[in-house]
Write a protein that binds this ligand. Structure first.
Ligand SMILES: Nc1ncnc2c1ncn2[C@@H]1O[C@H](COP(=O)(O)OP(=O)(O)OP(=O)(O)O)[C@@H](O)[C@H]1O
Ligand SMILES: [Mg+2]
Length: 310
C-alpha cells in the first residue's frame, strides 16, 4: 500500500535560516507600504486592484511577489515605481513618500526595454548621461556594470544581436548603473525559455549577493520565487489583498539541487494552497468540457472521446 509522504511545515526553520531572518529583520527598512489601495474607474464600473496592502522590505532583502493573474502585482510595482498613484495609503522609500519615478528605483520589466538603436554600452550609459556624468565617466561606469553581468565582450553589440537572456542582463546592468536603492522587477524572465531563465536567475542571485541592493521581484513561477526570495508576498485577486508574507526556509546560497529539498517542497506546497485553493474552478472546467463533448464538431468526426483516450 502507498503511504503519503509527510512533509515538514514551511514554518519550520533550521537554526542557520532562523539566524539569517533575525539579522535581516534588524536591518533598516528601505521600503514601507502602508494601507495601500488602488481603484480603477472603467466603463464597466470601479475595479479594486489593490485593497489595504501592507508590507515592508529591509535593506538587501530579496522579496518576491506572487499571486494569480489579475491580483494587482503589476499595479503594485507600478505604484512602487511612481508610475501610478495610489487611491489610498502611501509608499515610503527610505522614509520619504514616493510621489513619482526617481533614480532611487531601478526597473526591469518583462519584454525587452532596451533601445534597439543603441549598443549595449550606450544603453547602459544612457541613464548615467541623463544624470549629467561626463561621457568618459559614464563609459567607465557602464563598462563596470556590463562586466558584472558578464557581457564585456558584447559591449559594442546591438540588442538584436543578443539572446533574450543577454538582453535582460543588459537591462539589469542598465537599471543598476544608476545606483538605485531598490530594483523593481516585473516578470523580467517571463519570456525566456527554461534553460536561459535558470541561468539569468543564478546571475541575478550572484549580483544581488555582491552589491548593496534590495530587490522586489514579481513572478508567476513558484519555483522561481522560492529559489530567489528571502520572503514571498502572496496576493489574492479581486480585490488584490495580502494573503501571507512567507519566510522562505531554504538556506543560502541557493542552488538548483535545492528544488527537491524538503524545505523547498514544503514552501511550494504552501504557495499552491494559497494560490490555487478553489476546487470549484476545476469543476467548472469539467462542466464546460462536458458541454463540448456533446457537441459534434463536423460530419467527418467519428468516434468519441474514449477512442482518443484508448
Ligand atoms: N489602467 C487600468 N485601468 C483599469 N483597470 C486596470 C488597469 N490596470 C490594471 N487594471 C485592473 O486591475 C487588476 C490588477 O491588474 P494587474 O495588471 O495589476 O494584475 P497582475 O497581477 O499584474 O496580473 P498578471 O499576472 O496577469 O500580470 C485587474 O483586474 C486589471 O484589469
Ligand atoms: Mg502583471
Amino acid at each position: 500500500m502507498m503511504t503519503e509522504l509527510e512533509l515538514q511545515s514551511y514554518l519550520e526553520q533550521e537554526e542557520a535560516v532562523k539566524k539569517r531572518f533575525d539579522k535581516l529583520k534588524q536591518r533598516d527598512v528601505i521600503l514601507q507600504v502602508n494601507n495601500l489601495s488602488k481603484k480603477f474607474k472603467t466603463p464597466q464600473g470601479e475595479v479594486t486592484a489593490l485593497n489595504n496592502v501592507n508590507f515592508q522590505t529591509h535593506r538587501r532583502e530579496f522579496v518576491c511577489i506572487i499571486g494569480a493573474s489579475g491580483c494587482g502585482k503589476s499595479t503594485l510595482i507600478r505604484i512602487l515605481a511612481g508610475l501610478e498613484s495610489p487611491s489610498d495609503g502611501e509608499v515610503l522609500l527610505d522614509g520619504k513618500p514616493v510621489i513619482g519615478p526617481g533614480p532611487d528605483r531601478g526597473m526591469v520589466f518583462q519584454g525587452y526595454t532596451l533601445f534597439p538603436w543603441l549598443t549595449v554600452k550606450k544603453n547602459v550609459m544612457f541613464g548615467l548621461q541623463m544624470q549629467k556624468h561626463s561621457p568618459a565617466v559614464s563609459e567607465s561606469e557602464a563598462m563596470q556594470w556590463i562586466d558584472l553581468v558578464g557581457l564585456e565582450k558584447f559591449a559594442d553589440a546591438y540588442p538584436h544581436q543578443l539572446s533574450g537572456g543577454m538582453k535582460q542582463r543588459v537591462a539589469i546592468a542598465r537599471a543598476l548603473a544608476n545606483r538605485p536603492r531598490i530594483l523593481l522587477m516585473d516578470e523580467p524572465f517571463g519570456a525566456l525559455d527554461a534553460q536561459t531563465r535558470a541561468k539569468v536567475q543564478a546571475y541575478l542571485l550572484e549580483i544581488w549577493r555582491n552589491i548593496d541592493i534590495t530587490i522586489v521581484f514579481i513572478t508567476h513561477d513558484l519555483d522561481e520565487a522560492i529559489y530567489l526570495a528571502d520572503r514571498i508576498l502572496v496576493l489574492k485577486p479581486h480585490p488584490g489583498e495580502v494573503l501571507e508574507m512567507i519566510e522562505v526556509p531554504v538556506r543560502r546560497p541557493r542552488s538548483p539541487e535545492q528544488f527537491i529539498s524538503t524545505e523547498f517542497l514544503a514552501t511550494k506546497k504552501r504557495l499552491e494552497e494559497l494560490i490555487h485553493p478553489v476546487q470549484e474552478e476545476e469543476e467548472n472546467i469539467e462542466d464546460k468540457l462536458n458541454m463540448f463533448r456533446l457537441t459534434k464538431v463536423g460530419d467527418d468526426v467519428e468516434g468519441d472521446i474514449e477512442d482518443i483516450e484508448a
